[in-house]
Design a protein around this ligand. Structure first.
Ligand code: SF4
Length: 367
């Protein structure tokens, strides 16, 4: 075992106690202790992945004997849908399916079609999207689109095969992901985004080639600062390429200009090429914390509610959703009470060097 990876404690098994449901007056649109509403729900449908990205799921920890969740403990599609309805009642307007690698979950299009039936209290459609490593997308894109998926975000950290394989640590070639992207676009999954985690000294030399590749394609490329997610990736600040520096690199090749965020809580800072070749984004959780506008809740694949990507513990909603006596309103009221007591702001604490504790793994609650 290399010196950079530390064993993890099974923090995921110690849920926080559920608060008393707060009925009625919160049902409209609960806000947390920093007046942040709930807008996005990220739903992890599996804790498994076919990649072993070194910054997320290092092979040394997530090896052959790793205790992944048994099938029986996973929420069924019906339970996920019931919970999603409870969150939509409280103001959630965007559902993102994540993992692990969500396309490993069998018949995922069945879940997509169930979620696509949910409309907002105003009768509107939800923004239904999915984040994938793209390696299985070529096979599933059409069925997901037909089931009602609106958009897809693909993680791709390099175009150079050797660098990409070193980072996914599972010998997957770039070509598989690029074919997946083409299949998604062909299936009509427009508004496609590509997320690149940039690690100084590992793949930062790929920033310009990646930008060159996606310019003029209609695909939005977003650069993510390397983060200390979970407790296993041996994160070091000197491997972070600050977005400021990345923007300087890009604008030294192509003139770019800033754009406004689409909505409160949008994670990416948006930029566009002055020559009209499209848009890029930067996600700067390390150097420019955006907790003040964080409107994201996360549901693990076994029904735990987490209020931050860097949380240490969550709330077990599985028993509630499996209890036939619990009404949809009671489910919403419990979620409302949990959210109303939220004060999470890990990235701000990190910036103030006062962050501590064993964090839950990103591969378990989704990025
Ligand atoms: S660190 Fe937590 S609270 Fe802050 S933006 Fe990220 S998920 Fe939200």
């Amino acid at each position: 075992m290399s010196d950079r990876v530390i064993p993890i404690a099974e923090a995921r098994y110690q849920p926080l106690p559920l608060p008393e449901p707060r009925a009625l007056e919160y049902r409209a649109q609960p806000v947390d202790l920093r007046a942040r509403p709930m807008h996005d729900l990220r739903i992890s449908v599996t804790d498994r992945c076919n990649f072993r990205c070194t910054y997320c799921m290092p092979k040394e920890v997530f090896g052959r004997d790793y205790p992944f969740l048994p099938q029986s403990s996973l929420l069924s599609f019906e339970e996920i849908t019931r919970l999603a309805q409870a969150f939509v009642r409280l103001g959630v307007r965007k559902l993102r399916l994540t993992g692990g690698e969500p396309l490993l979950r069998k018949q995922l299009d069945r879940l997509v079609s169930q979620l696509a039936q949910i409309s907002t209290p105003e009768g509107g459609a939800l923004d239904l999207t999915l984040t994938t490593n793209g390696s299985l997308l070529e096979r599933h894109a059409r069925a997901l689109r037909d089931a009602g998926l609106g958009r897809v975000t693909v993680s791709l950290d390099a175009l150079d095969d050797a660098i990409f394989k070193r980072m996914n640590d599972a010998d997957y070639p770039v070509a598989d992901v690029l074919r997946g992207i083409d299949a998604a676009l062909a299936a009509g999954l427009t508004g496609l985004k590509v997320n690149m985690v940039v690690q100084r000294g590992v793949n930062d030399a790929q920033v310009i080639p990646m930008a060159q590749h996606f310019r003029g394609t209609g695909v939005t490329l977003r650069f993510i600062e390397y983060m200390d997610v979970g407790s296993t990736n041996g994160w070091r600040m000197n491997e972070v390429l600050p977005s400021r520096e990345l923007i300087e690199r890009l604008s030294s090749v192509w003139p770019i200009e800033p754009l406004n965020r689409d909505y409160r809580g949008e994670v990416a800072e948006r930029w566009r090429y002055v020559d009209g070749a499209g848009e890029i984004g930067v996600i700067s959780s390390v150097t420019q914390a955006f907790c003040g506008d964080c409107t994201r809740a996360r549901l693990s694949t076994e029904g735990r509610l987490y209020l931050c990507l860097f949380a240490q513990q969550g709330y077990d909603l599985r028993e509630l959703v499996r209890d036939a006596r619990v009404t949809p309103e009671q489910l919403s009221d419990t979620v409302a009470a949990i959210w109303a007591a939220r004060r999470d702001n890990y990235s701000e604490l990190r910036s103030a060097n006062s962050a501590s504790g064993q964090k839950i793994e990103m591969s378990y609650i989704g990025g």
